[in-house]
Design a protein around this ligand. Structure first.
Ligand SMILES: C[S@@+](CC[C@H](N)C(=O)[O-])C[C@H]1O[C@@H](n2cnc3c(N)ncnc32)[C@H](O)[C@@H]1O
Length: 204
C-alpha cells in the first residue's frame, strides 16, 4: 500500500465509511454474537473494533502484512486485550500468521472478515481458499471488496498502488466463491457501477 492509501486508511473518512459497511454487512448476514472470528488485513484495527462491538464477536484473531498497521491496531485495541490476537502475517497463510497464539486450524472460525484487503493480494484466489479452510461448516465469510472496475479508473491508478494483473470484477469474485465451498447469499450488493462489492457467503 502506498503512502496516500495508508493515510486514507488511517483517516476519519475511512472510519465513517467502515461504520457504513458494517451496517450493510449486518443487514446482509446478521451479527456473530459470541463468535470466534478471523480478520484478514485488519489495518489500523478499526474494523476489528466494529467486529467486537457491533457484530458482537467474543474474540478476533487478525493479521496484517504491514507491521506498522499491526502496531496501530495494537494501540487502538489496547482496552480489548484478551479478546483480540494481532499478528503480522499473510491472509494467504493463516496457519503461520496465527501460529504465535496456536490458532488458524481447519474449520475453527465462526466467521471471517475481509474489509477491503483481498484486492491487494496478487494470488487472491489463495486467500479465498484460506478463508474456506479456516471456516467451520455453516460459518460466514463477510466481504467488502474493491473490484477491477474501480482499480481501472484513472483516479485509482494515479493515487494508489495495487497489483495490476488478474484483478476481479464483482461477477468474477462471486463466481470464484463456490469453487472453494463458499455459497454467497442472493443479497450481495455493488456500489458505484460495480466498483465495490459487499456480501456474505456461507461455508458449505
Ligand atoms: C485497504 S487496506 C484495508 C485496511 C482495513 N481492513 C480497512 O478496511 O480499513 C488493506 C490492508 O491489507 C493489508 N494487506 C495487504 N496484503 C495483505 C496480505 N497478503 N495479508 C494480510 N494483509 C494484507 C495492508 O497492509 C493493509 O493494511
Amino acid at each position: 500500500m502506498n503512502r496516500i492509501e495508508s493515510m486514507l486508511v488511517n483517516s476519519p473518512p475511512r472510519r465513517w465509511l467502515q461504520r457504513y459497511e458494517a451496517r450493510e454487512l449486518i443487514n446482509l448476514g446478521g451479527r456473530v454474537p459470541g463468535g470466534l472470528v478471523a480478520e484478514l488485513g485488519c489495518g489500523p484495527g478499526y474494523g476489528t473494533r466494529l467486529i467486537l462491538d457491533r457484530f458482537g464477536a467474543a474474540h478476533v484473531d487478525a493479521v496484517d502484512l504491514d507491521p506498522a498497521m499491526i502496531a496501530r491496531a495494537r494501540k487502538r485495541l489496547a482496552r480489548h486485550t484478551g479478546r483480540v490476537h494481532l499478528a503480522q502475517g499473510s491472509a494467504t497463510d493463516l496457519r503461520t500468521g496465527f501460529a504465535p497464539f496456536g490458532s488458524g486450524q481447519d474449520a475453527s472460525y465462526d466467521a471471517v472478515f475481509d474489509f477491503a484487503i483481498i484486492h491487494h493480494i496478487p494470488n487472491w484466489r489463495d486467500a479465498l481458499a484460506e478463508v474456506a479452510r479456516v471456516l467451520k461448516p455453516g460459518g460466514r465469510f463477510y466481504f467488502d471488496e474493491v473490484t477491477a472496475t474501480a482499480l481501472a479508473r484513472p483516479t485509482y491508478q494515479r493515487l494508489f498502488d495495487h497489483p495490476t494483473d488478474n484483478r476481479f470484477t464483482a461477477g468474477e469474485f462471486l463466481a470464484e466463491l463456490p469453487r472453494h465451498g463458499l455459497t454467497a447469499s442472493e443479497s450481495w450488493r455493488t456500489h458505484i457501477g460495480g466498483d465495490y462489492l459487499l456480501g456474505v457467503a456461507t461455508r458449505t
